[in-house]
Design a protein around this ligand. Structure first.
Ligand SMILES: Nc1nc2c(ncn2[C@@H]2O[C@H](COP(=O)(O)OP(=O)(O)OP(=O)(O)O)[C@@H](O)[C@H]2O)c(=O)[nH]1
Length: 751
């Protein structure tokens, strides 16, 4: 710039200098690499001097004034060919020009005659050199400022300066104010328009605040001002910097102002869109999440927090925090889906899972997300998505599914019972499914028994919980179908004593809780369900350790199963009672009511069955001797008593070897199997002697009786006609009677 473009306009000064020093030439030269450029001159029109010929270059190189009175006599310059305007330079007096501390040229006086110059004049020349240096410096600065201002005036940025003197007064504003903020710079500077008049009301305070801040010592301030230009309203960004006096007081404020209406419009639109988006998200009840993997910051919106009942202000943004809210049973699946998406295997992340609500319940959440930012290597940096609370939908779906499962379960229980006719087995078969269906860990199904005497719960089915030898023994009893609970002063006891559903999600604090025996697995939650027929408790189901809380709705859900069990209990009781009655009738029909022995019909049935086998068989008829006289002497009741006693003694001798029956009156029939004739004979003889030896005590009477027996025999009873053998035995009995009684007579040819 110094070399070429900077006009110095100092020719007049050079004329003045030439006249004052009475020399023909005075000039200012700036020394470049190749040439010296003459920037101002008197007495010459030359514009360039090659550097090697320029004395000024010596001034520049030394940075000191140079005085050559007669070059032809000066050893340093004698041989220097230096000519200006065709005349040889004989006299030269030059002083350096310094710009920013650097010597760049010289102010010099030239003559083609030898001359001398006094010290005083040389000092004056030096001072002139200093003034020229200063002038050039200022000109240069001025030129630069002019260029800058020129640039600014063509730019969309307005430059304004306010000077402070008690108050801030606009001292400068670039001319482009007209095009940028719609006000003429001259009008503003001359006070016809106040700068603040351009401001819309809502920005007045912002502008005042900015200026106030500078007055209070703030160096830089940025604000955005709404301004009215003749045709429209614009948004102007203002960056202002303050300069201060040495004492710290404000000197001036300079500001750049530029129209950022377009940017503001885009921002407003974006905000509007964001706002609309936010409203939409709020209306759609969607939670949003935006997870920065690298920083491990998961930003969520208020709705996200609401879904899990967390206070938005206290939300922890780490992934670990969100992860710990996920239901353990759903976590594996959740992380699998996330991993698949992060590894690029799926285009979106979409899954459903349960999250723990602050109130302790679980909420079903559908999460839909996508990678929104990758690093240069393609590794995911951010994943963002939405959460939707689908608890209502999931619960009704699960409820429906469980209802169907429950119906199948009830049918299975019934079918299992009908198939095996064994209620305990049916209960044991369905117990694992009951545990699964109720999301529990342990369960038992029990039925009340001995309702009239000591109540106790018979355990049809129970989870296998064994932790010590006592519980091992108890479980072994259960396996033998012999396990009963008799102590009802506890949680499950409350179910059978009150007939009410007992829900306890913190069992130790329940008033009925008596804790669990030492070593028993922890019972966290308990649900006791009574099985009732009308209002009578006939059994119960105990469930324990559901992962979630047991609720009244669980009890309601299982009611159909409880009713089904009640029906089965009832059916089993009915069936047992019917079978018992039938057995009683059968026994009645088969037995002689006085003695309890088989009656004639039952005896013949037994004989028929025996005749289906190959065995040795003795058939005997036994009769009490002179029984009529017992009746006649001691009374009919005494006779009855005698009959019972004889029956009892006979049973004790013969039952284990065969069949004893009363055929009628005082006549008995006996069949002994698999005995030889001698063995049979000894049994009957022993019996006879025993009765003979017995004195029956009836009231005050002592009664002696004897018996007679007739015996028939066959070594193979298969397919025999028993009545024939009875007739033969009867003949033998006749023999015994007629030969004196109190004896045993045999079919001829056997013994
Ligand atoms: N107390 C009682 N007597 C019965 C019962 N059934 C039959 N009798 C009696 O048994 C007696 C049978 O007597 P008899 O058939 O004359 O024979 P007996 O007196 O035993 O004489 P022998 O058989 O010849 O030794 C009759 O008096 C019947 O009334 C009964 O159930 N209870």
């Amino acid at each position: 710039m110094l070399n070429s473009e900077l006009p110095l306009d100092l020719d007049d000064l050079m004329t003045l200098l030439a006249e004052a020093y009475d020399v023909p030439i005075a000039l200012i030269g700036i020394v470049g690499k190749q040439d010296e450029v003459i920037k101002a001159s008197h007495g010459t029109d030359i514009k360039y001097i090659p550097r090697e010929n320029a004395f000024c270059s010596h001034v520049v190189e030394s940075g000191e004034p140079l005085l050559i009175s007669n070059a032809t006599k000066d050893d340093r310059f004698r041989n220097v060919q230096n000519v200006v305007d065709g005349k040889e330079v004989i006299f030269y007096a030059g002083t350096p020009i310094h710009i920013e501390g650097e010597s760049v040229g010289a102010v010099c006086l030239i003559d083609s005659q030898p001359r001398s110059i006094g010290e005083k004049h040389l000092t004056l020349l030096k001072r002139i050199g200093l003034l020229v240096s200063k002038h050039i410096g200022l000109s240069r600065e001025h030129e630069m400022l002019k260029r800058e201002h020129g640039l600014i005036e063509k730019s969309p940025i307005v430059l304004a300066t306010w000077n402070f003197d008690n108050s801030l007064k606009l001292a400068y504003i670039s001319k482009n104010a007209h095009t940028v903020i719609g006000a003429d710079a001259a009008d503003l500077l001359e006070g016809r328009i106040e700068f603040t008049d351009l401001m819309c009301d809502e920005s007045d305070a912002d502008f005042t605040f900015a200026m106030q801040a500078h007055m209070e010592g703030v160096e830089t301030h940025v604000c955005r001002l709404k301004m009215s230009v003749p045709t429209r309203t614009i948004w102007v960004s203002m960056i202002s910097t303050a300069s201060f006096n040495d004492n710290g007081s404000l000197f001036s404020v300079q500001a750049f102002l530029f129209d950022t209406s377009d940017q503001k419009y885009v921002e407003d639109k974006l905000n509007e869109t964001n706002q609309r988006m936010r409203l939409l998200l709020e209306a759609s009840e969607l939670g949003t999440w935006d997870w920065n993997l690298k920083a491990d910051v998961n930003q969520v919106n208020r709705r996200w927090c609401e879904i899990v009942g967390i206070d938005y202000e206290y939300y922890d943004t780490s992934y670990r925090y969100s992860r710990q809210l996920i239901h353990p049973a759903d976590l594996v699946q959740f992380e699998h889906h996330l991993d698949e998406h992060l590894r690029g295997k799926t285009s979106v992340f979409n899954t459903t899972f349960r999250m723990k609500h602050a109130n302790g319940n679980w909420v079903w959440v559908e999460s839909y997300g996508k990678i929104v930012e990758n690093d240069a290597m393609g590794k995911p940096l951010r994943v963002a998505g939405i959460h939707r609370d689908i608890t209502g939908r999931m619960e009704s779906e699960i409820h429906e599914r469980k209802k169907t499962q429950l119906l199948q379960f009830i049918n299975k229980t019934r079918a299992s019972y009908l198939e095996s006719n064994d209620l305990t087995r049916a209960c044991q078969t369905v117990l694992p499914e009951l545990i699964e269906l109720s999301d529990s860990q342990f369960a038992f199904i029990a039925q009340m028994q001995d309702k009239d005497s000591e109540p106790k719960l018979f355990i049809h089915a129970i989870s296998d919980i064994v932790w010590d030898s006592a519980s091992f023994t108890q479980y072994a009893e259960y396996k033998k179908r012999n396990l009963y609970f008799t102590n009802f002063d506890n949680l499950f006891g409350k179910v059978v004593t009150t007939g009410e559903v007992i829900i306890s999600n913190t069992p130790k604090t329940h008033p009925a809780s008596r804790g669990t025996p030492k070593g028993h697995p922890r019972i966290n939650r308990f649900l006791g369900l009574p099985i009732k027929i009308k209002d009578e408790v006939v059994g119960m189901i105990g469930l324990a350790n559901k992962f979630e809380f047991y609720k009244a709705s669980d009890a309601a859900f299982f009611q159909p199963f409880l009713d089904a069990l009640a029906g089965l209990f009832y059916a089993v009781d009915l069936e047992t009672a019917r079978a018992e009655a039938e057995e009683k009738l059968r026994m009645l029909a088969m037995t002689d009511s006085l003695t309890g022995l088989l009656n004639r019909r039952a005896f013949l049935d037994e004989c028929n069955q025996i005749s289906q086998t190959h065995q040795q068989v003795a058939i005997a008829i036994m009769d009490i001797d002179y029984f009529k006289s017992v009746n006649d002497t001691y009374g009919h009741d005494a006779g009855d008593y005698a009959l019972k006693e004889v029956a009892s003694i006979t049973r004790s001798f013969c039952s284990e070897h065969g069949v004893v029956a009363r055929l009628g009156g005082e006549e008995f029939a006996i069949v002994l199997v698999n005995k030889s004739p001698n063995e049979v004979n000894s049994i009957f003889e022993n019996l006879r002697e025993a009765i003979n030896a017995t004195q029956l005590a009836y009231k005050n009477d002592r009664i002696n009786i004897t018996i007679s027996t007739g015996v028939s025999y066959t070594s193979d009873c298969f397919d025999i006609d028993f009545s024939t053998y009875l007739s033969v035995a009867d003949q033998a009995l006749y023999e015994a009677k007629s030969s004196g009684r109190n004896r045993t007579c045999w079919q001829p040819g056997i013994l």
